[in-house]
Design a protein around this ligand. Structure first.
Ligand SMILES: [Zn+2]
Length: 160
């Protein structure tokens, strides 16, 4: 999934913990892809194989780092827990759309429900075609829904 979808899903939960700054709600959900970008630039991963950034174990490790960093910075378990959950949400959402995730580096890349495979979309064929249009529409629908839920829940809060 692209940052659009990850951020959209996260923003829907935004008002569960208003002490966590907005930038964290935007950056943490796609921290795994930022990590992937760094690993890919270093030649460690590619679109065909990303067992470090996109394995379940890799994402749990990154979520624990986020938890630790936010706990050290804010000394608040709830804020740290939400930061960790936001980071881990990336894998759960990718699990829904992809089918080539692995349990840990060295394991067979065979996890995932593959929603994008079903509609015929892959990073390899992304371009001016119908599957890309569907996938993009799906991601922007998630973003729009997330922002809508965020605004609705905020309004309800301020009304008491
Ligand atoms: Zn990803």
């Amino acid at each position: 999934m692209a940052p659009t979808g990850h951020i959209g899903i996260a923003l829907a939960a935004r008002n569960l913990e208003s002490r966590l700054p907005l930038w964290a709600w935007i950056v943490l959900p796609f921290l795994t892809d930022i990590e992937y970008g760094i690993f890919a630039a270093a030649g460690l991963e590619s679109q065909a194989s990303c067992p470090w950034s996109h394995s379940l174990a890799g994402c749990v490790a990154l979520a624990l780092i986020a938890y630790g960093a936010f706990y050290l910075a804010r000394r608040d378990r709830r804020i740290a827990l939400v930061a960790g959950a936001l980071t881990l949400s990336h894998w759960l959402e990718d699990f829904f759309v992809w089918s080539n995730l692995s349990f840990a580096p060295g394991f067979e890349p065979n996890l995932g429900l593959g929603f994008y495979d079903r509609i015929g979309f892959s990073m390899g064929n992304a371009g001016a075609n119908l599957p890309t249009l569907f996938a993009t529409a799906f991601e922007f629908a998630l973003l729009a829904s997330g922002i809508a839920v965020m605004r609705l829940t905020r309004k309800r809060e301020s009304q008491g």
